[in-house]
Write a protein that binds this ligand. Structure first.
Ligand SMILES: [Zn+2]
Length: 314
């Protein structure tokens, strides 16, 4: 059985024909250019899907389903996308528009959810019934797979794990609340705390590493200084990992998954991050005498969006 997965991003659209095991057999891409309006973007997505099917040597009637991962949410009851900020979509009839070009069934879900599904089919959590995928980027996103299926909640808006409130009256979040997990566990948090450190200690190693130009501090600068053993950045990183683990423990207590997969920019800290998280979690989990989720780094990188979207229709 074959599926088409479409990774719809703000700048580009990627699509691929994917087999039952999550292996891509043909792929292609085109620009999104969202300023043209949703009709043109959806037209191009459909044409790209037809094109990759042709490339793979299969007719569209051999494709079981088309899945789309998008940087927003999807209302599964109406087939509409209520909003998708970086495409400037509001209440877009995605499924009905796609049906103008193809009669293959179309499914769609949030891109972090889709990346989690990809890991659970062809990545680090492959074969696991229950897993949670956490992206540590500008914000924190998540995908939850339960019983081998994506869990999207009753209204398609579940697993906005980045907006779990982990610090009451904490940092202001872009969502309007205060103290959301992503204010503490994202790359943005490392940058903010790095700048605060340099403001308090202008001759700290981090400030010297960016020649005092605090605006240029990124998450990698902070992590690199911690890796190099700078005590200020180690302390900062330790506090970051504590906040990260607060959210991870909440997820473990909620879902008891087999695996938690860490993806996104901060996960490029690799083993350094993994070791720190694995060292802190045991004291924080509730059932200390019971096994709990293995924490791993994401394995699929660029193609996770295509593979996971394709698997929505499986
Ligand atoms: Zn929030």
């Amino acid at each position: 059985m074959l599926y088409i997965g479409i990774d719809l991003g703000g700048t580009g659209i990627k699509a691929g024909v994917v087999d039952e095991k999550g292996v891509i057999i043909a792929k292609g891409s085109c620009p999104t250019a969202p300023e043209r309006g949703y009709e043109a973007v959806i037209h191009d997505m459909a044409m790209l899907a037809i094109d990759v099917a042709k490339q793979s040597g299969h007719a569209m009637n051999e494709i079981k389903a088309i899945g789309i991962g998008l940087p927003g949410i999807m209302d599964p009851r109406s087939g509409r996308v209520p909003f998708c900020t970086n495409l400037a979509w509001h209440d877009v009839p995605l499924i009905a528009e796609m049906a103008k070009y193809t009669d293959v069934p179309v499914y769609a879900d949030n891109d972090a959810t889709v990346a989690g599904l990809a890991e659970s089919v062809a990545g680090i959590s492959a074969g696991c019934e229950n897993s949670v995928f956490v992206t540590l980027g500008t914000g924190v996103g998540g995908g939850v797979v339960l019983g081998g299926r994506v869990f999207s909640g009753s209204h398609g808006v579940a697993t906005e794990i980045g907006h779990m409130i982990t610090v009451v009256d904490g940092e202001q979040c872009t969502c309007g609340n205060r103290g959301c997990w992503e204010r503490y566990a994202s790359a943005t948090a490392l940058i903010r705390e790095g700048r605060r450190l340099c403001e308090a200690k202008p001759d700290t190693a981090l400030a010297r590493a960016v020649n005092g130009d605090l605006i240029t501090i990124n998450a990698k600068h902070v992590i690199d200084q911690a890796k190099a053993g700078d005590l200020d950045c180690l302390e900062l990183f330790d506090r970051y990992v504590y906040h990260l683990c607060v959210g991870l423990v909440n997820l473990i207590n909620l879902y008891d998954p087999q695996v938690i997969v860490l993806g996104g920019g901060v996960s490029h800290a690799g083993q350094f991050l993994l070791d720190a998280v694995r060292a802190k979690l045991p004291d924080m989990v509730f059932y200390k005498a019971m096994p709990y989720a293995r924490v791993e780094l994401a394995k699929l990188t660029n193609d996770a969006g295509i593979i996971g979207a394709a698997m929505l229709g499986r």
